[in-house]
Design a protein around this ligand. Sequence first.
Ligand code: ATP
Ligand code: MG
Length: 582
Amino acid sequence: MSAQQSETPVATKPAGGPEPAPSAPQDFIRQIVAEDVRTGRLRSRVHTRFPPEPNGYLHIGHAKAICLDFGVAEEFGGLCNLRFDDTNPAKEEVEYVDAIRRDIHWLRFDWGDREFYASDYFERLYACAVTLIRTGKAYVDSLTADEIREYRGTLTEPGRESPYRNRPVDENLDLLERMRKGEFPDGTHVLRAKIDMSSPNINMRDPTLYRIRHAAHHRTGDLWCIYPTYDYAHPLSDAFEEITHSLCTLEFEDHRPLYDWVIAQLDFADPPQQIEFARLNLLYTVTSKRKLAQIVVDGRVSGWDDPRLPTLAGLRRRGYTPEAIRDFCQRIGIDKSEGVVDLALLEHCVREDLNARALRVMGILRPIKVVLVSYPEDEVEELEAVNNPEDASAGTRTVPFSRELYIDRDDFREVPPPKYHRLSPGAEVRLRYAYIIKCVEVVKDERGEIVELRCTHDSETKSGSGPQARRKVKGTIHWVSAKHAVPAEVRLYDRLFIAEQPGRDGSLLDELNPASLQVLTACRVEPSLAAASAGSRYQFERLGYFVVDPDSAPGRLVFNRTVTLRDTWAKIEQKQRGEVGD
Ligand code: ATP
Ligand code: MG
């Protein structure tokens, strides 16, 4: 599946339309939806929602949920709402709301004018609570939080009924109203559903629907001092918005009976159906806003968009493309059982996409000077270089060549190991798009450090010019012209955690990789990059894919390495197909 195809999911016609095209993903959720559309359940409507809590930035796990929620809606000609589940006043911030909107748009999904907030429903939710009290389905409990926990029982023991459980309706109504008016301090009363204290499912043992919290909310300010719980607000928000398929991750499976219970008490014509799927787990990374917040708040990274984080903002700054992320989400598919995905697959998708699109350039990370003693002092040649061998329409550019060059320190060894085909004393190597050169002298400083290599060039071997040009040597290396090159800073990244499953056995903060960031400040890139703008992506030949970081300014170029060129996932796949031995 190419990134291009995943960009435009194939739409299928509702009721009786053609079978989905082979490129449309198939999974158990899409099968359920297709069946509902076919049989006319819920009037053949498809309406989903993506419901983030605005308590942090979206991460790669959310991308999976977003691609599913918006993807299913698009494929079945339906709609998908963006709903902020902002029922918890303490932790939610406007910054997160803005970041979430930006990141979904970046993934090229759109919710039109259907941006909703659970807090918009506070009045309706309250009215539903009054109804529940009136029908004997809810009561105000005045036990303390500790007592409620104690009365709840355990997995092996049933719970006990609260002494307040059989309060008369009028008393409940009066107390709820006074809770709303702010007459009671936090924690003195809660509103609970009256379900079943001996249910084997603890979620059904009279769950809390409202708690008192004297805290300002980012949208409703001080209007409310009682706030609904997620388990109460979520199903009702879905029902208010006439959601048909409420897709969520497996941790909500045990909450489904409560979800259904809440909706069943309140007479909705087409009650939504909750369907759970497995969350995305990645090795060596964390996908939980709460855990990511720990690292950000503790200052272990530069912010929510630090390129080492699996947040969408971080991945964007790292140079990942939305197309690659959507391709990745399509490849991992939707499943009912939890698994762990290798980060190498995500990187593979990024490489595939960038290979097709990124312009090739030359950049030197750790420069070492080369002086071509056989080349005229003041001569400058403009050599033609290919912008993208994968895409002829990308054309060519010229790169200046002169007597003094920089090459990468890695491309020279004074004592070359066996099969080393790069530069070493007496050996020849081709300079990309230019000449074959030979190292004739190694110049060192008083400490014995190599400061310069003196080389000769074979003027008959210029790339693309006549029969001699085709003279072959084993190695080709990249270079830049010393006086034309532009200084740059390059940031190289490694995985953020040293533990496979960070935070599982130890503390998250103790499992950070101390070498996850390496900053190289003396890099040199070819002059065509002088005015490169933030977000532009390139392949530095032989070194990987790089993106211009927003820290860049006129006269200051900063690059992030997105990925190296080594594709470990392609190797894993080849191995699985038996194409390479161990
Ligand atoms: P927190 O760690 O704070 O609970 P979260 O990462 O679970 O945050 P939510 O705002 O609760 O984020 O999630 C919004 C939606 O994204 C939910 O429907 C949730 O099921 C889905 N989601 C969250 N994490 C993942 C994940 N790793 N894989 C797939 N879907 C996810
Ligand atoms: Mg969550």
